[in-house]
Design a binder for this molecule. Structure first.
Ligand code: COA
Length: 297
């Protein structure tokens, strides 16, 4: 059987390709599980610093969840459908949203349903001028289930999102840019070079700082401002003992180019990170904010 997700590493960037082109890269359960496994592996692999996610073939990024497969789960009742279909898809989009290395969707064609929800969840996305988006679940008499009712209204605003969710009509890459769903559009032939170039521009910076910024934004975006600021402070505190922060500051003051260490796990003084965490706890206990965000694992 063909590999459901292709993986190619080059220059510290993993290109993951959804690989069911004859099914428009529909997300069946095995493909979602495989993609989750690969993300687990990549997250702890210091040789990989960024991910580009795209679709195989000429037509699609992904036409969404595999309707043949999940209709069987629906027939088995709500418990099975939630466990096998909804939770699995939500696990994938949540993982992409909170990933500690940049994930760039290179949207090469149709991004319908779950394909569109992947574009909503990832931190960065570039669309080919052939990309076409839709929230077609309404045509199946169901709401989106991989986060599509939650992330798109946060990205695009309630009314703009609801028009798309309630009509199911497809929309262009230009509209996707206007909605904040993708960063930019490029000619089809330039899609992968553009995604690689974006990855390269990020990878010139400290991996620990990149992880801290991704985490602060992913966690903070759904919080109130007071809690979000605490998440930001916490991420900064975790970077204080890192060699990269010291190097970044020293290099600026010495007017030279910084040379960063590479590993986002690289912390020179772990005891200091722990002390910062205790200080944050104390501040929270003194009522600076009602709830303290969960520390990184
Ligand atoms: N699930 C399972 N299979 C899918 C699929 C999906 N979401 N989307 C496409 N496919 C399969 C088709 O069954 C077909 O396979 P087959 O040739 O073995 O029958 C193949 O991919 C090509 O799709 P087809 O429908 O023939 O292409 P088209 O150009 O006529 O239409 C779409 C393209 C995207 C409009 C149409 O495929 C579609 O509506 N897909 C479903 C989109 C959707 O509702 N996604 C959300 C699901 S919650």
């Amino acid at each position: 059987m063909a590999e459901l997700v292709l993986c190619e590493n080059h220059d510290r960037v993993a290109v993951l390709t959804l690989n069911r082109p004859d099914k428009l890269n529909a997300l069946n359960y095995a493909l979602i599980d495989r993609l989750l496994e690969m993300l687990d592996r990549i997250e702890t692999d210091d040789a990989v610093r960024a991910v580009i996610l795209t679709g195989a073939g000429e037509r699609a990024f992904s036409a969404g969840a595999d309707i043949h497969e999940f209709s069987v789960s629906v027939a088995a009742g709500a418990d099975v459908a939630l466990r096998d279909f909804v939770m699995r898809g939500q696990r994938l989009t949540a993982r992409l949203e909170a990933f500690r290395k940049p994930v760039i969707a290179a949207v090469n064609g149709i991004a319908f349903g779950g394909g569109c929800e992947i574009a909503e969840a990832v931190p960065l996305a570039i669309a080919s001028d052939r990309a076409l988006f839709a929230k077609p679940e309404i045509n199946l008499a169901m709401p989106p289930t991989f986060g599509g009712t939650q992330r798109l209204p946060r990205l695009a605003g309630r009314k703009r999102a609801l028009e798309l969710l309630l009509t199911g009509e497809s929309f262009s890459a230009e509209r996707a840019v206007e909605l904040g769903l993708v960063n930019r559009i490029v000619p089809h032939a330039e899609l992968m070079p553009a995604a690689r170039d974006l990855a390269r521009r990020i990878l010139s910076h400290s991996a620990t700082a990149v992880a801290g910024i991704l985490t602060a934004v992913a966690r903070g975006i759904n919080l109130g401002i007071a809690e979000g600021l605490l998440v930001e402070a916490e991420q900064f505190a975790r970077l204080v003992p890192t060699a990269d922060l010291r190097e970044g500051l020293d290099a600026w003051m010495e007017r030279r180019k910084p040379a960063f260490g590479g590993s986002w796990m690289h912390i020179t003084r772990p005891s200091e990170a722990r002390r910062a965490s205790v200080a944050m706890d104390r501040a929270a206990a003194q009522g600076e904010t009602a709830t303290r965000p969960r520390m990184l694992g």
